[in-house]
Design a protein around this ligand. Structure first.
Ligand code: SAM
Ligand code: ZN
Length: 303
């Protein structure tokens, strides 16, 4: 757990700044605001900032998180982690950079960013890992103890001050473009990873996992359109040769895990020869904030 947050966090109730009160020996750290709202660190080190009724969102289960962690920690998506880190680190100033990983999951990609930042002498990178699943954050808090890991809903106002981060990563997670635009510094970048059409098609056909619909990429650009402009787009292709167990983890850790049982997936894969071959297709897009409408050069009138 960080001894200081180095980041302007906001109370989800009153939007006043939160201060981190570090743990006394054997005690719990707490985030507190001037109005007295207080959020204790969980034993594993994350903070739960969900307030009110919580959210209607179906969060990842402990078993799905375990499958994700096992699969990612085996390094199968290493080239993607490297591509994310390569996109993010140049956005961080040499001193006191800040990064938000929205929908951080087990914190795997944030770990890659922080390691690459340290290797490139970015000093004092403050990091926030945000996710709605406390099961995911238990792992993320263990993997990224120097980050502030927050249970929070990306569709609510983010618990961060305006213009407080240099980079935001969103890897297979929901995107609240208006809030990302609010918390990103003017020179900052938003790095979004999405699966492309044909992603894991072989495994999808066997397991009944949902495929990636055509037009997803266009919809991403449209959804970000009023707040962000795409700067670069890179395709990352990863050939996979997996054991049946790994292929089952891969199917179970995604949206399929919400409606297909682990046992069903393993049964469907039982007849597959090993290694199970598959191809991961990702797109990594770097966005920067659009200029406010008032400052946009006006388009020449159509004649
Ligand atoms: C497919 S996982 C990706 C996790 C991680 N970025 C990775 O690639 O390993 C999607 C993550 O988004 C989180 N998530 C879904 N809806 C969310 C929301 N409304 N607010 C915050 N996190 C959310 C899920 O709990 C899950 O951890
Ligand atoms: Zn408060």
């Amino acid at each position: 757990m960080p001894s200081t947050t180095d980041l302007p966090l906001l109370c989800p109730v009153c939007r006043e700044p939160l201060e981190l009160l570090a743990a006394a020996p054997m005690g719990q750290s707490r985030l507190v605001c001037p109005s007295g709202h207080s959020y204790d660190a969980a034993r594993q080190g994350y903070f739960n900032l969900l307030v009110g009724k919580g959210t209607a969102f179906e969060s990842d289960t402990a078993d799905m998180v375990q499958a994700r962690s096992d699969f990612l920690e085996a390094g199968h998506f290493g080239p993607l982690a490297a591509a994310v880190a390569a996109a993010v680190v140049p956005c961080l100033p040499e001193e006191r950079g800040a990064v938000l990983d929205a929908g951080t999951g087990t914190g795997h990609y944030l770990r890659a960013v922080l390691d690459a930042a340290a290797a490139q002498r970015r000093r004092r990178v403050a990091a926030v890992g945000l996710d709605i699943s406390k099961f995911a954050l238990r792992r993320a808090a263990r993997l990224n103890p120097e980050a502030v890991n927050l249970v929070s809903d990306v569709w609510q106002p983010l618990p961060l001050a305006d213009k407080s981060v240099d980079a935001i990563t969103v890897i297979f997670a929901p995107r609240n473009a208006a809030e990302f635009a609010r918390v990103l510094r003017p020179a900052g970048r938003l790095v979004v990873v999405t699966p492309r059409t044909g992603h894991l098609a072989g495994i999808a056909a066997v397991t009944g996992m949902l495929g990636i619909e055509e037009g997803k990429e266009t919809r991403l650009a449209e959804a970000m359109g009023s707040h962000f402009d795409a700067e670069t787009s890179t395709d990352v292709e990863i050939p996979l040769a997996l054991t049946r167990q790994e292929a089952a983890n891969l199917a179970f850790m995604g949206p399929a895990g919400h409606h297909l049982g682990r046992k069903d997936l393993s049964e469907r894969l039982a007849g597959q020869p090993e290694p199970v071959q598959a191809q991961a297709h990702f797109r990594l897009t770097v966005f920067r904030s659009s200029k406010p409408a008032a400052f946009r050069p006006s388009k020449p009138a159509a004649t």
